[in-house]
Design a protein around this ligand. Structure first.
Ligand code: HEC
Length: 136
């Protein structure tokens, strides 16, 4: 992503930097790899209402206990984008970690699971205060 006029405030963290808190790394990873589609103006923001850029603070938009608008077979049989505390129940992790076509994210330009990224997302969701998402 391009920084607005090179302003350092607009830079996201370096997700490779293991010294940073996991939420910073996860948000940077999502910003770089997902937000060009998953933003209010991107193609997927419109369909899926999932906004993964670093400026999003609204938990619904980030996918907390969010039932996917669009996922179809991409959900791996799971119900919510993020179940805080439970990465194995979270579509967002599933789609980062899978290599099944039609489910994997990003959709294009990716033939292998990006292990480091998937691990960061796993740790991030695992470290959230657990919530029991309800709803049908
Ligand atoms: C090339 C554009 C593109 C990129 C990059 C991308 N996505 Fe998506 N994403 C889509 C589209 C389009 C949809 C809606 C159709 C579908 O579900 O396959 C979607 C849907 C989703 C959904 C279901 C969301 C919902 O609530 O409906 C999740 C979760 C998701 N993406 C996660 C991610 C993650 C995590 C990344 C980064 C690792 C990512 N995506 C990168 C285009 C993209």
């Amino acid at each position: 992503m391009l920084d607005a006029a090179g302003d350092p405030k607009n830079k996201s963290a370096d997700y490779h930097d293991a010294a940073l808190p996991v939420d910073k790394r996860a948000r940077a990873y999502l910003d770089i790899n997902c937000a060009h589609c998953h933003t209010s103006t991107g193609s997927a923001g419109i369909d899926s209402k999932l906004e993964l850029d670093v400026y999003t603070t609204d938990k619904d938009k980030l996918g907390y206990c969010k039932i996917p608008g669009s996922a179809g077979k991409g959900g791996g049989g799971l119900k919510f984008d993020i179940v805080p505390g439970s990465p194995e129940k979270s579509i967002l992790y599933y789609r980062t970690a899978t290599d099944e076509s039609g489910a994997m994210m990003p959709q294009i330009g990716r033939a292998l699971v990006h292990k480091e990224g998937a691990q960061i997302i796993y740790d991030w969701i695992k470290g959230m205060p657990p919530e029991n998402c309800s709803g049908s």
